[in-house]
Design a binder for this molecule. Structure first.
Ligand code: PEP
Ligand code: MG
Length: 324
Protein backbone atom coordinates (compact mmCIF):
# COMPACT_ATOMS: atom_id res chain seq x y z
CA UNK A 1 0.00 0.00 0.00
CA UNK A 2 2.85 2.35 0.90
CA UNK A 3 4.28 1.66 -2.57
CA UNK A 4 1.93 4.05 -4.37
CA UNK A 5 2.63 6.90 -1.95
CA UNK A 6 6.37 6.71 -1.64
CA UNK A 7 8.29 9.30 -3.54
CA UNK A 8 11.57 8.36 -5.24
CA UNK A 9 14.32 10.80 -4.27
CA UNK A 10 17.29 10.72 -6.58
CA UNK A 11 19.60 13.01 -4.61
CA UNK A 12 21.21 12.71 -1.19
CA UNK A 13 18.92 12.91 1.85
CA UNK A 14 19.25 14.44 5.30
CA UNK A 15 17.43 14.04 8.57
CA UNK A 16 14.91 16.76 9.52
CA UNK A 17 17.74 18.49 11.42
CA UNK A 18 20.20 18.29 8.54
CA UNK A 19 22.40 15.23 9.10
CA UNK A 20 23.27 13.54 5.80
CA UNK A 21 22.73 9.78 5.65
CA UNK A 22 23.87 7.89 2.58
CA UNK A 23 21.21 5.49 1.33
CA UNK A 24 22.67 3.00 -1.13
CA UNK A 25 21.54 -0.16 -2.89
CA UNK A 26 22.75 -3.75 -2.68
CA UNK A 27 23.58 -5.38 -5.99
CA UNK A 28 23.53 -9.15 -6.38
CA UNK A 29 23.58 -9.34 -10.20
CA UNK A 30 24.28 -6.87 -13.03
CA UNK A 31 20.51 -6.72 -13.60
CA UNK A 32 20.21 -4.99 -10.19
CA UNK A 33 22.14 -1.94 -11.43
CA UNK A 34 19.15 -0.39 -13.25
CA UNK A 35 16.77 -0.60 -10.27
CA UNK A 36 19.54 0.66 -7.96
CA UNK A 37 19.62 3.88 -9.99
CA UNK A 38 15.86 4.07 -10.70
CA UNK A 39 14.90 3.70 -7.04
CA UNK A 40 17.20 6.58 -6.10
CA UNK A 41 20.19 4.78 -4.60
CA UNK A 42 23.05 7.16 -3.77
CA UNK A 43 25.48 4.45 -4.83
CA UNK A 44 26.12 0.77 -4.21
CA UNK A 45 26.79 -0.16 -0.60
CA UNK A 46 27.24 -3.87 -1.29
CA UNK A 47 28.23 -5.33 -4.65
CA UNK A 48 28.11 -9.08 -3.97
CA UNK A 49 30.92 -9.98 -6.39
CA UNK A 50 30.38 -13.71 -5.96
CA UNK A 51 27.46 -13.56 -8.42
CA UNK A 52 30.06 -13.13 -11.16
CA UNK A 53 31.38 -16.59 -10.21
CA UNK A 54 28.08 -18.47 -9.87
CA UNK A 55 26.10 -20.49 -12.44
CA UNK A 56 29.04 -21.12 -14.74
CA UNK A 57 31.77 -23.68 -15.31
CA UNK A 58 34.88 -21.60 -14.70
CA UNK A 59 35.69 -18.33 -12.95
CA UNK A 60 35.44 -14.99 -14.79
CA UNK A 61 38.84 -13.73 -15.97
CA UNK A 62 40.38 -10.39 -15.06
CA UNK A 63 38.92 -8.49 -18.01
CA UNK A 64 35.41 -9.80 -17.48
CA UNK A 65 35.54 -8.73 -13.84
CA UNK A 66 37.09 -5.38 -14.71
CA UNK A 67 34.23 -4.69 -17.10
CA UNK A 68 31.61 -5.61 -14.51
CA UNK A 69 33.15 -3.29 -11.89
CA UNK A 70 33.44 -0.47 -14.42
CA UNK A 71 29.80 -1.00 -15.45
CA UNK A 72 28.80 -0.61 -11.80
CA UNK A 73 30.88 2.58 -11.48
CA UNK A 74 29.39 3.97 -14.68
CA UNK A 75 25.85 3.38 -13.43
CA UNK A 76 26.51 5.92 -10.72
CA UNK A 77 28.13 9.07 -11.99
CA UNK A 78 28.95 10.37 -8.54
CA UNK A 79 28.07 7.74 -5.97
CA UNK A 80 30.37 5.34 -4.24
CA UNK A 81 30.48 1.68 -5.29
CA UNK A 82 31.48 -0.75 -2.54
CA UNK A 83 32.59 -4.06 -3.98
CA UNK A 84 32.87 -6.95 -1.59
CA UNK A 85 35.59 -9.42 -2.48
CA UNK A 86 34.60 -12.99 -3.17
CA UNK A 87 32.41 -14.38 -0.37
CA UNK A 88 31.86 -18.05 -1.04
CA UNK A 89 31.55 -21.13 1.11
CA UNK A 90 28.90 -21.42 3.82
CA UNK A 91 25.59 -21.01 2.01
CA UNK A 92 27.24 -20.00 -1.28
CA UNK A 93 28.56 -23.06 -3.16
CA UNK A 94 30.53 -22.85 -6.43
CA UNK A 95 30.76 -26.20 -8.26
CA UNK A 96 34.13 -25.70 -10.06
CA UNK A 97 35.91 -24.70 -6.87
CA UNK A 98 35.70 -28.09 -5.24
CA UNK A 99 34.72 -26.71 -1.84
CA UNK A 100 35.42 -29.06 1.08
CA UNK A 101 32.61 -31.00 2.73
CA UNK A 102 32.32 -29.54 6.18
CA UNK A 103 30.02 -30.46 9.04
CA UNK A 104 29.38 -26.81 9.83
CA UNK A 105 29.99 -24.82 6.65
CA UNK A 106 28.98 -21.54 8.29
CA UNK A 107 31.81 -22.07 10.76
CA UNK A 108 34.22 -23.34 8.15
CA UNK A 109 36.23 -22.12 5.23
CA UNK A 110 34.22 -19.21 3.88
CA UNK A 111 34.64 -15.56 2.91
CA UNK A 112 38.09 -14.06 3.43
CA UNK A 113 39.35 -17.40 4.76
CA UNK A 114 39.12 -18.91 1.27
CA UNK A 115 40.55 -15.84 -0.47
CA UNK A 116 43.65 -15.92 1.72
CA UNK A 117 43.89 -19.72 1.47
CA UNK A 118 42.77 -22.10 -1.27
CA UNK A 119 41.39 -19.36 -3.57
CA UNK A 120 44.51 -17.17 -3.43
CA UNK A 121 44.97 -17.09 -7.17
CA UNK A 122 41.31 -16.18 -7.78
CA UNK A 123 41.75 -13.46 -5.16
CA UNK A 124 44.79 -12.10 -6.98
CA UNK A 125 42.87 -11.93 -10.26
CA UNK A 126 40.01 -10.17 -8.51
CA UNK A 127 42.38 -7.65 -6.91
CA UNK A 128 43.94 -6.88 -10.32
CA UNK A 129 40.48 -6.24 -11.78
CA UNK A 130 39.47 -4.09 -8.79
CA UNK A 131 42.62 -1.94 -8.78
CA UNK A 132 42.32 -1.39 -12.54
CA UNK A 133 38.64 -0.48 -12.19
CA UNK A 134 39.49 1.97 -9.38
CA UNK A 135 42.07 3.54 -11.71
CA UNK A 136 39.56 3.90 -14.54
CA UNK A 137 37.50 6.62 -12.80
CA UNK A 138 38.50 9.99 -11.50
CA UNK A 139 38.47 10.20 -7.74
CA UNK A 140 38.29 7.27 -5.41
CA UNK A 141 34.74 6.21 -5.93
CA UNK A 142 35.47 2.51 -5.78
CA UNK A 143 35.67 0.99 -2.32
CA UNK A 144 36.59 -2.56 -1.51
CA UNK A 145 35.51 -4.54 1.52
CA UNK A 146 36.44 -7.93 2.89
CA UNK A 147 33.81 -10.47 4.05
CA UNK A 148 33.80 -12.47 7.27
CA UNK A 149 36.88 -10.94 8.81
CA UNK A 150 37.65 -12.14 12.35
CA UNK A 151 41.30 -11.15 12.96
CA UNK A 152 43.62 -8.20 12.38
CA UNK A 153 46.00 -10.65 10.69
CA UNK A 154 43.43 -11.32 7.98
CA UNK A 155 43.04 -7.61 7.34
CA UNK A 156 46.81 -7.02 7.18
CA UNK A 157 47.37 -10.06 4.99
CA UNK A 158 44.65 -8.99 2.56
CA UNK A 159 46.00 -5.46 2.38
CA UNK A 160 49.48 -6.80 1.63
CA UNK A 161 48.04 -8.73 -1.29
CA UNK A 162 46.47 -5.52 -2.60
CA UNK A 163 49.79 -3.70 -2.25
CA UNK A 164 51.74 -6.43 -3.95
CA UNK A 165 49.28 -6.53 -6.87
CA UNK A 166 49.48 -2.72 -7.12
CA UNK A 167 53.24 -2.91 -7.53
CA UNK A 168 52.87 -5.63 -10.19
CA UNK A 169 50.44 -3.40 -12.10
CA UNK A 170 52.82 -0.46 -11.79
CA UNK A 171 55.64 -2.56 -13.24
CA UNK A 172 53.38 -3.60 -16.09
CA UNK A 173 52.49 0.04 -16.71
CA UNK A 174 48.75 -0.58 -16.22
CA UNK A 175 46.53 2.21 -14.87
CA UNK A 176 45.32 1.43 -11.36
CA UNK A 177 44.50 3.07 -8.04
CA UNK A 178 44.28 1.91 -4.42
CA UNK A 179 40.57 1.99 -3.48
CA UNK A 180 39.08 2.93 -0.15
CA UNK A 181 39.51 -0.16 2.03
CA UNK A 182 37.06 -1.55 4.58
CA UNK A 183 35.81 -4.67 6.28
CA UNK A 184 32.42 -6.16 6.92
CA UNK A 185 31.50 -6.53 10.56
CA UNK A 186 29.62 -9.79 10.57
CA UNK A 187 31.24 -11.81 13.32
CA UNK A 188 31.32 -11.26 17.10
CA UNK A 189 35.14 -11.29 16.82
CA UNK A 190 35.09 -8.29 14.50
CA UNK A 191 32.55 -6.44 16.67
CA UNK A 192 34.58 -7.06 19.86
CA UNK A 193 37.79 -5.93 18.14
CA UNK A 194 36.24 -3.04 16.21
CA UNK A 195 38.31 -0.46 18.12
CA UNK A 196 41.51 -2.22 16.95
CA UNK A 197 40.29 -2.54 13.36
CA UNK A 198 39.10 1.10 13.13
CA UNK A 199 42.55 2.74 12.85
CA UNK A 200 43.45 0.45 9.92
CA UNK A 201 40.41 0.83 7.67
CA UNK A 202 38.45 3.57 5.95
CA UNK A 203 35.09 2.08 6.83
CA UNK A 204 33.05 -0.71 8.38
CA UNK A 205 29.93 -2.17 6.85
CA UNK A 206 27.82 -4.17 9.30
CA UNK A 207 26.42 -7.34 7.76
CA UNK A 208 23.50 -8.02 10.05
CA UNK A 209 22.48 -11.27 8.33
CA UNK A 210 25.64 -13.01 9.42
CA UNK A 211 26.18 -10.91 12.53
CA UNK A 212 22.77 -11.96 13.93
CA UNK A 213 23.48 -15.59 13.02
CA UNK A 214 26.83 -15.65 14.81
CA UNK A 215 25.92 -13.45 17.80
CA UNK A 216 22.81 -15.52 18.50
CA UNK A 217 24.20 -18.91 17.42
CA UNK A 218 21.08 -19.26 15.26
CA UNK A 219 21.56 -20.37 11.68
CA UNK A 220 20.30 -17.89 9.09
CA UNK A 221 17.40 -19.22 7.06
CA UNK A 222 16.58 -21.91 9.64
CA UNK A 223 12.95 -21.29 10.57
CA UNK A 224 13.23 -23.27 13.79
CA UNK A 225 15.52 -20.62 15.23
CA UNK A 226 14.38 -17.53 13.31
CA UNK A 227 13.00 -15.84 16.46
CA UNK A 228 16.48 -16.02 17.94
CA UNK A 229 18.41 -15.01 14.85
CA UNK A 230 16.45 -11.78 14.58
CA UNK A 231 18.02 -8.34 14.42
CA UNK A 232 15.61 -7.07 17.09
CA UNK A 233 17.44 -9.21 19.65
CA UNK A 234 19.15 -6.98 22.23
CA UNK A 235 22.46 -8.85 21.84
CA UNK A 236 22.54 -8.03 18.11
CA UNK A 237 21.76 -4.37 18.82
CA UNK A 238 24.56 -4.21 21.38
CA UNK A 239 27.02 -5.67 18.87
CA UNK A 240 25.99 -2.93 16.41
CA UNK A 241 26.26 -0.22 19.05
CA UNK A 242 29.72 -1.44 20.10
CA UNK A 243 30.88 -1.38 16.48
CA UNK A 244 29.68 2.15 15.84
CA UNK A 245 31.10 3.44 19.16
CA UNK A 246 34.48 1.90 18.35
CA UNK A 247 34.89 4.25 15.38
CA UNK A 248 34.69 7.40 17.52
CA UNK A 249 37.87 9.41 17.13
CA UNK A 250 38.90 7.46 14.02
CA UNK A 251 38.58 8.43 10.40
CA UNK A 252 36.29 5.47 9.74
CA UNK A 253 32.71 5.72 8.53
CA UNK A 254 30.17 3.04 9.41
CA UNK A 255 27.53 1.56 7.17
CA UNK A 256 25.16 -1.35 7.31
CA UNK A 257 24.33 -3.65 4.42
CA UNK A 258 22.37 -6.53 5.95
CA UNK A 259 18.58 -6.92 5.74
CA UNK A 260 18.15 -4.74 8.80
CA UNK A 261 19.31 -1.64 6.90
CA UNK A 262 16.32 -1.91 4.55
CA UNK A 263 13.67 -2.00 7.26
CA UNK A 264 12.19 1.53 7.37
CA UNK A 265 10.75 0.85 10.83
CA UNK A 266 14.34 0.73 12.07
CA UNK A 267 15.74 3.77 10.25
CA UNK A 268 15.28 6.12 13.19
CA UNK A 269 17.00 3.65 15.52
CA UNK A 270 19.91 3.17 13.10
CA UNK A 271 20.37 6.93 12.75
CA UNK A 272 20.24 7.17 16.54
CA UNK A 273 22.91 4.49 16.85
CA UNK A 274 25.13 6.61 14.61
CA UNK A 275 25.20 4.80 11.26
CA UNK A 276 26.47 6.98 8.38
CA UNK A 277 25.30 4.82 5.51
CA UNK A 278 22.55 2.24 4.92
CA UNK A 279 22.53 -0.13 1.98
CA UNK A 280 19.62 -2.37 1.01
CA UNK A 281 17.75 -3.99 -1.82
CA UNK A 282 16.79 -1.28 -4.32
CA UNK A 283 13.07 -1.69 -3.73
CA UNK A 284 13.25 -0.31 -0.17
CA UNK A 285 15.56 2.65 -0.93
CA UNK A 286 12.71 5.20 -1.30
CA UNK A 287 11.08 4.04 1.95
CA UNK A 288 14.29 4.36 3.92
CA UNK A 289 15.07 7.74 2.32
CA UNK A 290 11.63 8.95 3.38
CA UNK A 291 12.19 7.64 6.92
CA UNK A 292 15.54 9.48 7.08
CA UNK A 293 13.91 12.80 6.16
CA UNK A 294 11.34 12.30 8.95
CA UNK A 295 13.98 11.58 11.59
CA UNK A 296 15.24 14.05 14.17
CA UNK A 297 18.68 12.96 15.40
CA UNK A 298 18.17 14.04 19.03
CA UNK A 299 14.94 12.02 19.19
CA UNK A 300 16.64 9.16 17.38
CA UNK A 301 19.46 9.12 19.94
CA UNK A 302 16.92 9.10 22.78
CA UNK A 303 15.14 6.19 21.09
CA UNK A 304 18.45 4.33 20.67
CA UNK A 305 19.23 4.78 24.37
CA UNK A 306 15.81 3.36 25.34
CA UNK A 307 16.16 0.46 22.94
CA UNK A 308 19.65 -0.39 24.20
CA UNK A 309 18.24 -0.47 27.75
CA UNK A 310 15.65 -3.11 26.79
CA UNK A 311 16.15 -6.66 28.06
CA UNK A 312 14.12 -8.61 25.52
CA UNK A 313 13.28 -8.68 21.85
CA UNK A 314 9.63 -7.98 22.63
CA UNK A 315 10.55 -4.87 24.58
CA UNK A 316 12.64 -3.71 21.63
CA UNK A 317 9.79 -4.34 19.20
CA UNK A 318 7.33 -2.49 21.43
CA UNK A 319 9.58 0.54 21.70
CA UNK A 320 9.94 0.66 17.93
CA UNK A 321 6.21 0.43 17.27
CA UNK A 322 5.06 2.89 19.96
CA UNK A 323 7.66 5.46 18.89
CA UNK A 324 6.72 5.50 15.20
C1 PEP B 1 25.31 -10.01 5.75
O1 PEP B 1 25.82 -11.05 6.18
O2 PEP B 1 24.56 -9.28 6.41
C2 PEP B 1 25.56 -9.57 4.37
C3 PEP B 1 25.14 -8.40 3.93
O3 PEP B 1 26.20 -10.45 3.53
P1 PEP B 1 25.46 -11.71 2.88
O4 PEP B 1 24.00 -11.61 3.17
O5 PEP B 1 25.80 -11.66 1.43
O6 PEP B 1 26.14 -12.85 3.61
MG1 MG C 1 27.40 -12.04 5.11
Amino acid sequence: AAEAEVHVRSGPVETADGVGIEVAANVGTLADLGPAVDRGGDGIGLFRSEFLFLDRESPPDEDEQFEAYVEALESFEHGRVVVRTLDIGGDKPVPYLDLPEEENPFLGERGIRRSLGPDASLFETQIRALLRAAGSTDGTRLSVMLPLVTTLDELHEARERFESVASDLAEEGLAHEMPEFGIMIETPAAAFMADRFAPHVDFFSIGTNDLAQYVMAAERGNERVSELGDYHQPAVLHAIDATVSATEGHDCWVGMCGEMAGDPDLTELLVGLGLDELSMSAVTVPHVKEAVTETDTAEAEALAAKVLAADTKDEVTNLLTTDQ
